[in-house]
Design a protein around this ligand. Structure first.
Ligand code: SAH
Length: 459
């Protein structure tokens, strides 16, 4: 270990920063976050630093640094672009045994700054010992992505109940299990979704052994296909769930990201061929939760956009089961982005409507005259079978025959394909090709931008 990591208490401690440019400003900001009393010595003071004076109560001394300036500081940082000054600061601090950091000059440093993940009071720091700062920052980004922003609040909850729990559970091993359950279970999820009061109640109930052993359900949007379009929250919940209930739109690559030993239940949903009727899915989710399981209900795209998510949580609500809804990138946003077709555009469309093209009794019941109006984009989900009818109805209600239209097959995935045409030509074009579900239809003059903005090329 070339460097020893420690966390230094700087609250109300005198710290010195030499230099007052942009780099110094960043360091001042950091020290201020830790509550330090900061003195700044610099010949020239940038507006970035002078603007901070009042906010952080800085002592600003506009002068050249001299060794007599060194007092009993807790830390010293030199952030000037003058090599001589930097060296003098490092030597003087060294003589006084004060830890010193000279920015971008590891040789003169007695301590270095790590990349910081701040979920106060939880703080993680990553360092490469100066060998590869970019690598340290990349690692930080990885850690940032797996620690929920509210992790700090979870720590406060634990702190608040620490003594009480100690009183109630005398055995350290049992206490550890209790905390592991709380910090990974529904109480933690309540904190992450901003319900601190409910989290406290949950903790207290668990402590009194009163909790019904109900699990909970997370209704999670899995996005349009590509696994890295999942949200951080979706991934975290998938990795802790006991059961994953999913349907056809969720790709195997995404299922692979769920906890290895979780039970995976396929509930189908193909056109006309529902593997499990919706009512049974609703009951299944409730039953699993009642059996104490944490259930992720994974749905393609967003659960509240043509996803019947509303019906599923209604049953849960009726039965008093805790649940969360996690939004996902809906097919319209995913396909539009990956096909280079902006859904709105100053020159083309001032609004965008999502509709379902699902055929019922061989007809599609939509407000055609509204949809045929100009300067808008129409996105049609589940529209492949009804494509010809859709185009016909729009033309009958006044849309130009040459209105551009695109069909996006398996958007955002490596098998994405975009077929463009006009209301008149696309149905024939599509009929002669082997199109694979799922497909999304985008109608409007924004489709002309596809040729110019198409950036995603599949092999
Ligand atoms: N809740 C989902 C939509 C479910 S309805 C969402 O928010 O995206 C199913 C329809 O979504 C499909 O018939 C298709 O029209 C569309 N769809 C979903 N994923 C798609 C994809 N990757 N590419 C094209 N269309 C997609």
């Amino acid at each position: 270990m070339d460097y020893f990591p420690v966390f230094v208490k700087l609250k109300e401690q005198d710290c010195l920063v030499i230099g007052a440019g942009e780099v110094a400003a960043r360091k001042i900001e950091l020290l201020a976050r830790a509550g330090a009393k900061i003195t700044v010595i610099a010949k020239e003071i940038s507006t970035a630093v002078s603007d901070m004076q009042e906010i952080y109560n800085l002592t600003l001394l506009q002068k050249r640094f001299s060794p007599e300036d060194m007092r009993k500081f807790r830390l010293v940082i030199s952030a000037t672009n003058n090599a001589e000054t930097n060296r003098l600061v490092a030597e003087t601090a060294g003589e006084h045994n004060i830890p010193v950091n000279v920015v971008d000059n590891p040789e003169l440093c007695s301590f270095i700054f790590p990349a910081i993940i701040d979920r106060s009071p939880i703080i993680a720091a990553v360092s490469s010992g100066g060998a590869a700062p970019v690598l340290a920052r990349l690692l930080r980004a990885k850690i940032e992505s797996v620690i929920p922003p509210a992790y700090g609040r979870l720590a406060h909850l634990a702190e608040k109940f620490r003594a009480t729990v100690k009183q109630h559970i005398k055995q350290p091993a049992q206490r550890r299990i209790f905390w592991e359950n709380i910090l990974q279970g529904s109480a933690a999820e309540l904190v992450f979704s901003g319900k601190e009061k409910e989290a406290e109640q949950q903790l207290e109930k668990t402590l009194r052994n009163e909790t019904a052993s109900y699990g909970e359900v997370y209704l999670v949007g899995a996005g349009p296909g590509s696994p890295d379009l999942l949200t951080f929250r979706a991934l975290r919940l998938m990795q802790q769930a006991d059961v994953v209930v999913y349907d056809r739109l969720v790709s195997p690559e995404i299922i692979d990201l769920a906890r290895r030993d979780s039970e995976k239940i396929y509930v189908g949903k193909q056109r006309q061929n529902h593997a499990l009727p919706q009512e049974c899915i609703n009951t299944l989710l409730a039953d699993l939760a009642k059996a104490g399981k944490r259930v992720v209900r994974l749905k393609g795209g967003d659960p509240f956009i043509f996803g019947r998510g509303g019906e599923e949580i209604e049953t849960l609500m009726q039965q008093g089961i805790n649940f969360q809804v996690v939004p996902g990138i809906t097919a319209a946003s995913g396909c539009a982005a990956y096909a280079g077709i902006p859904l709105t555009h100053r020159d083309h469309a001032q609004s965008c409507t999502f509709v379902t093209g699902h055929l019922k009794d061989n007809s599609i019941n939509l407000n055609w005259s509204q949809l045929a109006a100009p300067n808008q984009t129409i996105v049609i989900y589940m529209g492949l079978i009804g494509l010809e009818k859709i185009c016909q109805s729009l033309i009958e209600h006044g849309s130009p025959k040459d209105l551009p239209i695109a069909l996006v097959q398996q958007g955002t995935t490596t098998t994405q394909r975009v077929v463009t045409g006009t209301l008149e030509s696309l149905p024939h074009k599509v009929a002669s090709q082997n199109i694979k579900a799922p497909t999304l239809i985008i109608i409007g003059t924004v489709v002309t931008l596809h040729n110019k903005l198409n950036w995603f090329h599949t092999t």
